[in-house]
Design a protein around this ligand. Structure first.
Ligand SMILES: [Zn+2]
Ligand SMILES: [Zn+2]
Length: 400
């Protein structure tokens, strides 16, 4: 009964959530500094019984709802940032900013999370415990979640959350309104590999008087591929691509150094650590074998997104009870993309859940994918998404 009332309330506010979403969509902002988006979130939360803390080094919003009864804490996360893409959807509320677009649907996450804050605030007295609403900038490559953690989002309610949940819309591959998740690895880790081979420049006709970094860098590139196939289990995949190789200025000068940049994708925490170790050593030792040196490392990346098995079953049960059994899928494989919600899941058990939002009348199999200039997301999922966020918190706190 309570569930039906909450769902009904979510449907009632879905028009306002669509307006909020469109306002955010029209003015997309990229990275860690999203002042206009932050302002819209703060207005949407205005008047609610929330303890609000804006970020210090980024324009995040941490909002805490203290329930009427004591209890545990649950965290709900919605990311807020856009991408450097010029929109070509032709939608009436298209981006008004050239070169910026909500092509990953984070505008929907922000609106749904604001909706959940409203739904839960209206039930403050019956809530046993606290809810942290994590409105996060900088998901797309800026590790905004890690920064919010270092600014204290996980301790915002006093004690650590017992569970954390995030929804992510997709403009294709899932039918509209269908939720999909899986226990264990949900998404890949993505890391940047940087190598500099330090040699000694000289005349191209006198290589023995120089220390040429180019053949050494070439050897490193091929040895890395051998490493991937000889050292790692095919059922725990590793993808390592050197996408950038730069050295030298002209034909008759041996350069001082060669620089490589690569992208690493892994699907388990153990393998990620092993690849990092092996690849770094390999670069250094190949250089040393030729009397040169190399500095190598993985300066930035997102960890593997690992869902907790029990929190996934709980989320799937909640979806089924709220919306019916046809609305919930178990994803057969992890996604090859990466997510910085992984930083939260490293510390709090939880679940990352995908939600199909392809526009009515389009085929999810062929619709433009997230990050495309043509990616479109249907407002129709906003009410249900807000209801799911709210129910996940309510039910998880009741079970804690
Ligand atoms: Zn994205
Ligand atoms: Zn995204």
């Amino acid at each position: 009964m309570a569930t039906e009332v909450l769902h009904q309330d979510a449907v009632t506010i879905s028009g306002e959530l669509a307006e909020l979403r469109h306002a955010i969509h029209r003015e997309p902002e990229i990275g860690l500094d999203l002042p206009r988006t932050q302002q819209k979130v703060l207005s949407a939360l205005g008047g609610l019984p929330l303890e609000i803390t804006p970020g210090r080094e980024l324009s995040s919003v941490t909002a805490v709802l203290h329930g009427g009864k004591p209890g545990a804490t649950v965290l709900l996360r919605g990311d807020m940032d856009a991408l450097p893409v010029t929109e070509r959807t032709g939608l009436p509320y298209s981006s008004q900013i050239d070169g910026a677009m909500h092509a990953c649907g984070h505008d929907l996450h922000t609106a749904m999370l604001a909706g959940a804050a409203r739904l839960l605030s209206a039930r403050q007295q019956e809530i046993a415990g606290n809810v942290i609403f994590m409105f996060q900038p900088g998901e797309e490559g800026f590790a905004g979640a890690r920064q919010m953690i270092s600014e204290g989002v996980l301790d915002a309610a006093g004690d650590r959350p017992v569970a954390a949940f995030a929804l992510h819309v997709t403009s294709s591959h899932l039918p509209r309104g269908v939720y999909s998740t899986r226990p264990g690895t949900m998404m890949a880790a993505a890391d940047v590999f940087e190598v500099t081979v330090h040699g000694r420049g000289g005349h191209a006709s006198q290589p023995h008087r120089a220390a040429d970094p180019i053949p050494v860098a070439c050897e490193i590139v091929t040895a890395l591929q051998t490493m991937v196939t000889r050292k790692f289990d095919v059922f725990d995949p590793v993808v390592l691509t050197i996408g950038s190789f730069h050295a030298g200025t002209t034909d008759n000068v041996i350069p001082d150094e060669a620089k490589l940049l690569g992208s690493l994708r892994t699907f388990s925490t153990e393998t990620r650590a092993r690849v990092m170790d092996h690849a770094t050593r390999l670069a250094g030792e190949i250089a040393a074998a030729h009397g040169l040196t190399a500095t190598a490392g993985f300066p930035k990346g997102y960890p593997v997104t690992v869902n907790n098995e029990e929190e996934v079953s709980f989320a799937q049960r909640t979806v089924t009870e709220l919306f019916g059994s046809g609305r919930c899928m178990t994803q057969p494989f992890p996604l090859t993309g990466a997510e910085d919600f992984s930083f939260v899941l490293e510390q709090v058990p939880g679940a990352f859940v995908m939600l199909g939002a392809c526009p009515q009348g389009t085929d999810p199999a062929t619709a433009a994918y997230n990050h495309s200039a043509e990616a479109a997301f249907d407002d129709a999922v906003l009410g249900d998404g807000a209801a799911l966020y709210a129910e996940l918190a309510l039910r998880r706190l009741a079970a804690a």
